[in-house]
Design a protein around this ligand. Structure first.
Ligand code: PMP
Length: 398
């Protein structure tokens, strides 16, 4: 099926002649309604939020809080459980510093998976606790038997990606969460790659913390999301201190605002929150089931076409059903960076590197991979352009 998404009009960048943008897993293009909403803020009611009592300050506050409601509704959460951050990385750090320092000691265990992004590894290393990894099987899925063995060691936290940004695997998050809860562990899910491409319902998944990021979800950069279970957020100490997050500041100690404000210190990315609110409205109007179906269709076609390229091997699940809308691959004849550079010369934008997932690269036994990822605007024609450009790579390296 194909979606009625007019590419060049909805995404201004795509109006550039000949551009095939297949790097949406790194960052998506920002959709026009989000850009327009941000312009409106800057041009007609730019003011600080939650403080001013004049009309445009109230307008700005209302727009920011409406964005929070939209974002919460989009992911099956509530505004009271939705904290704006700078990005997914900051959202995970917030949990590690606030909840982590209060609840995880040096001898406590945090369970990660072998397919985590550095954003969901390094904050837990900084916390200074014990770490263990759910191994990835050769088919690109997580080893759930090994997971059960790790749960028997009573971890304090399980932190896993919903969708891998390298192998694309859609992890069985609801199952991972329910097993963790039965073992008494809290769960953080990194939904950075999931929210833009699949229907996500945080309440249904029952995750205690669910993080994602606006710049991969057709919103602007500089805005991320932490959904946190209200009962946990309420007892968590602040992450960053300063203006706005307080109730009262004494000379030597202070009391703090209720969540989510407690975790939003200083002047927030107001325009960006408003932009993201608009982006998720736009996605909701298309329908995330449709977005998923389109992504699955283009990914299935890409798997088929890439399978025809001699000397090319695909990392991760063989079928599109088990994947988000992205594919990492290796070409026998050329280094991933050379592949990406030559594709770039043909205006086919893909990413090459370790994708901020070095433990996973070691598991795959490769230093890097080339990754193509498929946004709502990606078409089968885009995949054909990718395959043609790979033909050029092979001619050069033959
Ligand atoms: N987790 C995953 C799975 C990601 O793909 C990314 C972005 N590459 C991140 C976390 C970090 O997102 P951000 O850069 O917005 O903090």
């Amino acid at each position: 099926m194909s979606l009625a998404v007019p590419t060049s009009s909805e995404f201004p960048t795509l109006a550039r002649e000949g551009l095939v943008y297949l790097d949406t897993a790194a960052t998506s293009q920002t959709v026009r309604p989000a850009l327009e909403a941000m312009d409106r803020y800057y041009e007609t009611y730019r003011a600080s939020i939650h403080r001013g009592i004049y009309s445009i300050a109230t307008e700005a506050t209302d727009a920011y809080e409406l964005a929070r409601e939209r974002v919460a509704k989009f992911t099956g959460s509530t505004a009271r459980e939705t904290v704006f951050t700078k990005n997914a990385t900051e959202a995970i750090n917030l949990v590690a510093y606030s909840w982590g320092r209060a609840n995880v000691g040096p001898d406590d265990l945090v369970v990660l998976s072998q397919m985590e992004h550095h954003a969901n590894i390094v904050p837990w290393q900084l916390l200074g606790c014990k770490l263990a990894y759910i191994p990835m099987l050769d088919d690109g899925t997580l080893d759930l038997e090994a997971y059960d063995e790790l749960l028997a060691r009573s971890p304090k936290l399980v932190a896993v990606a919903h969708v891998s940004n390298v192998v694309g695997t859609i992890n069985p998050v609801a199952e991972i969460v329910s097993r963790a809860h039965a073992a008494g562990a809290v769960v953080l899910v990194d939904g950075a790659q999931a929210v833009p491409s699949l229907p996500v319902d945080v309440a249904e998944l029952d995750a205690d913390f669910y993080v994602w990021t606006g710049h991969k979800a057709y919103g602007p950069t500089g805005i991320g999301i932490l959904h946190g279970r209200r009962s946990l957020l309420e007892v968590m100490p602040p992450f960053l201190g300063g203006g706005h997050m307080i109730a009262r500041v004494g000379d030597f100690e202070s009391t703090y605002a209720e969540p989510p404000t407690r975790f939003e210190a200083g002047t927030m990315p107001i325009a960006e929150a408003i932009g993201l609110g608009e982006a998720v409205e736009w996605l909701a109007a298309i329908g995330m089931e449709n977005v998923r179906e389109h992504g699955r269709d283009v990914t299935a076609y890409a798997l088929e076409r890439l399978g025809e390229v001699p000397g090319l091997s695909i990392h991760g699940p063989a079928e599109a059903d088990g994947r988000g809308s992205l594919i990492s691959f290796a070409l026998e004849s050329a280094h991933p960076h050379d592949v990406a550079e030559i594709l770039g010369r043909e205006q086919v934008c893909v990413r090459a590197g370790h994708h901020c997932a070095q433990p996973l690269m070691r598991r795959l036994g490769v230093p890097a991979s080339t990754r193509a990822s498929f946004a709502v605007h990606a078409t089968r024609d885009d995949v054909d352009r990718l395959i043609d450009a790979l033909g050029t790579v092979q001619e050069i390296f033959a």
